[in-house]
Design a protein around this ligand. Structure first.
Ligand SMILES: [Mn+2]
Length: 313
């Protein structure tokens, strides 16, 4: 019997669904023995030697030339120019940067190439993967307070009780509906904690706002006592077009900027290109930069706010 194949996946909701979907399909259609383990950004450092001598697949994460199966939707997937040259869409590899999340790439590929029929259960997971990964929430209230099983599971990931917790959730996602996964007692417990953190973050946010002008909010959440909630600026002030702020990260201070997904201005600016000028990057709608020092971060955040205010004026 062949050695089992291990699926390495990005530790977020759509990455976990990707792992579950590929595990299910490989088991059903290819008679594989499948294992799975999440992969983190630190493992990119020695990427060439990743899992050398082992059988593996990668989903929702960087391309690897030795991956037996690889599916991704991130435009930044190739760590080396040579990798991009090695890549060609095939029976076992596919990149689709136009896909809002990774699971539909895998499941539609399995349908087309491996004769798989997508079940109702996986259609539901595709829907929520797209909503969560591409922030296609109907409203800021849904993004913050939505309690659909998928949204509960996704929010729980921020307070995962152990490093291998994601692997346990993936195991259940392979065979169960999201509703059943969300009923696990450890998910319910983590959800309660995560919801409490969200409420604290929303309470703290107004105190971080420096000013709002021309539809652009500037805020300073650099204190590590402040809990962060990605959509707090748009909950606090639904009329703004953009929010620019300073936040702490493990690697120093970070300037983050994003458009209001529920109040997007006509035209607007390309946030990623602006961030690029400061050594950062991103997409049109959202981007960031790590200037290192706190002072420099504040300077850059203010400069960017002024630039966007002028552009919108
Ligand atoms: Mn992902």
């Amino acid at each position: 019997m062949a050695e089992p194949i291990t699926i390495h996946y990005h530790r977020d909701f759509d990455g976990m669904v990707s792992a579950a979907a590929l595990a299910h399909v490989l088991r059903e259609m290819k008679d594989e023995r499948v294992e799975w383990r999440s992969v983190n950004y630190d493992q990119r450092r020695d990427w060439d030697n990743f899992q050398r001598g082992r059988r593996f697949a990668i989903v929702d994460f960087h391309f690897h030339p030795r991956a037996e199966y690889w599916f991704d939707h991130h435009p930044t997937t190739f760590l080396e120019p040579e990798h991009e040259e090695l890549y060609e869409p095939s029976e076992n590899w596919l990149l689709d940067t136009s896909s809002p999340s990774c699971p539909p790439i895998i499941l539609h590929h399995a349908e087309k190439h491996w004769g798989y029929t997508i079940s109702e259960r996986f259609h539901e997971m595709i829907h929520w993967s797209n909503v969560i990964d591409a922030a296609q929430f109907e409203s800021v209230d849904e993004a913050l307070f939505g309690d659909d099983p998928a949204l509960r599971i996704s929010r729980c990931l921020a307070v995962a009780p152990t490093p291998d917790w994601q692997d346990k959730i993936v195991r259940d996602m392979i065979d169960l509906r999201l509703e059943e996964v969300a009923m696990r007692p450890d998910v319910e417990k983590a959800w309660t904690r995560a919801a409490r953190n969200r409420d604290k973050a929303l309470d703290h946010f107004p105190g971080t706002v420096i000013d709002v002008e021309n539809g652009v909010m500037l805020y300073d959440a650099s204190s590590n006592k402040i809990r962060r909630e990605r959509f707090a600026p748009f909950f606090h002030d639904p009329d703004i077009f953009y929010a620019v702020g300073v936040i702490p990260t493990r690697g120093g201070f970070h300037v983050t900027c994003g458009v209001n997904p529920w109040n997007t201005p006509e035209g607007g600016v390309h946030v990623g290109e602006i961030m690029n000028e400061y050594g950062g990057g991103g997409h049109k709608a959202v981007g960031g930069v790590n200037p290192g020092s706190k002072d420099r971060s504040h300077e850059i955040a203010e400069e960017i706010a002024i630039r966007i205010r002028r552009a919108l004026a």
